[in-house]
Design a protein around this ligand. Structure first.
Ligand code: SF4
Length: 300
C-alpha cells in the first residue's frame, strides 16, 4: 500500500514511487523488540489463538501519514490466503512463520503510543499478510484500541471479509480495501483467488450507515492490472460504493507497482514472475487516477 523503507514490511500493495508528502513513511520504531513473545505449550497456544488472546505477528512499525491518517502503529499479522504476483511481503504469507504475541502485549504498546496518536489524529492499522486470517486476535486489538480512545484501521484484501463480525466493524473507523482488479479473471490471475468476496465485503461496509470509512487501494501493474477496461471496472465499483453511502469512499489510492519486494522473493526461494515488469510511467498513473476522479472520487 505504500512506499516501504526496506526491509520494513509492506502489505497488500506495492508502493508509491512518486512519493508525495502525505506518503512519506518515516519509520520511528519497528520490529518485535519489547513485545513479549508468549512461550507456552502448543495445545495452550492453539487454544489461546482460537480465543484471540494470542496472535501470530510478523512485525509492527510506526509510520506517519501512511496506512491511514496521522501517526500510526501498523501491525503486520502473519498469514494470507492470497498469492499476489506482486506481493511485497512474501515473508508474511505463512502464519506459522510469525511470532506468537499476546494481544495484551500489543495493547500495552498501543497504550504507550496513545498520546501520540491523539496528538496527530493517528491510530493503529492492522495489516498483514491478511489480518482477517486471525479475526479473534484482530477483534481484541480493535476493541482494546477503542477502549483506549485510539482510531482503528483494517488493511485487508477483503477476501476473508466474512470473518469480520459486525462487532469488529463497529470497532473499526477505517477499512483500507485492496481491490486488486475489477475483472474476475485478472483478479484470479493476480491473486490465485476469487474477486467476489472482496466486492461483497466492500458493499457490506458501504451499506452500514455507521461506517467504517473506506479507502480503496488499487495497485497499478503494467501488463497485469493496467488494462483500461479493468481500471474502469474498479472505478465503477468504487463509485457504486459511494452511491450506496455518500461519503463512504473517502479516497482512492492508485499505487504504482515497483520492484522493492523482489529481494524478499529471492530470499525465501520462491519464483518471482514480475522480474521484468517495470513500474508504470507517472503519466499512466495520473491517467488512471483521472479515471477515478472522473467519477467524483477523491484520488491520490
Ligand atoms: S493480499 Fe497477501 S499475497 Fe496479496 S499482497 Fe497482500 S500480503 Fe501479499
Amino acid at each position: 500500500m505504500a512506499l516501504p523503507l526496506a526491509p520494513s514490511p509492506l502489505p497488500h500493495a506495492a508502493v508509491r514511487l512518486d512519493a508525495p508528502l502525505q506518503i512519506d513513511r518515516r519509520r520511528a520504531d519497528a520490529g518485535l523488540d519489547g513485545l513479549e513473545i508468549a512461550d507456552v505449550p502448543r495445545a495452550e497456544r492453539l487454544a489461546a489463538m482460537r480465543e484471540g488472546r494470542l496472535g501470530s505477528l510478523h512485525s509492527w512499525e510506526l509510520v506517519t501519514a501512511v496506512d491511514g491518517p496521522g501517526t500510526r502503529m501498523t501491525v503486520f499479522l502473519a498469514g494470507c490466503p492470497l498469492r499476489c504476483l506482486y506481493c511485497h511481503n512474501p515473508d508474511t504469507l505463512a502464519m506459522r512463520d510469525g511470532h506468537p504475541v499476546l494481544a495484551e502485549e500489543v495493547l500495552a504498546r498501543i497504550a504507550r503510543y496513545a498520546p501520540i496518536f491523539r496528538a496527530t489524529s493517528g491510530g493503529i492499522t492492522l495489516s498483514g499478510g491478511e489480518v482477517l486470517m486471525q479475526p479473534g486476535f484482530a477483534a481484541r486489538l480493535l476493541r482494546g484500541a477503542k477502549e483506549l480512545g485510539v482510531h482503528t484501521a483494517l488493511d485487508t484484501s477483503g477476501y476473508l471479509g466474512a470473518h469480520a463480525t459486525d462487532a469488529m466493524l463497529d470497532d473499526t473507523d477505517l477499512v483500507l480495501l485492496d481491490v486488486k482488479s475489477g475483472d474476475p479473471d485478472t483478479y484470479r490471475h493476480v491473486t490465485g483467488r476469487d474477486l467476489e468476496p472482496t466486492l461483497e465485503f466492500g458493499e457490506r461496509i458501504a451499506r452500514r450507515a455507521s461506517g467504517p470509512e473506506l479507502w480503496i487501494r488499487f495497485v497499478l501493474v503494467p501488463g497485469l492490472t493496467d488494462d483500461p477496461h479493468n481500471v474502469e471496472i474498479v472505478a465503477d465499483y468504487a463509485a457504486s460504493l459511494e452511491r450506496i453511502r455518500p461519503g463512504a469512499v473517502a479516497r482512492v489510492e492508485v499505487l504504482p507497482f515497483h520492484q522493492m519486494g523482489r529481494a524478499k522473493w529471492e530470499a525465501i526461494g520462491r519464483p518471482y514472475e514480475l522480474g521484468d515488469t517495470q513500474p508504470p510511467a507517472p503519466e499512466l498513473t495520473e491517467q488512471v487516477r483521472e479515471v477515478f476522479r472522473a467519477r467524483g472520487l477523491t484520488t491520490c
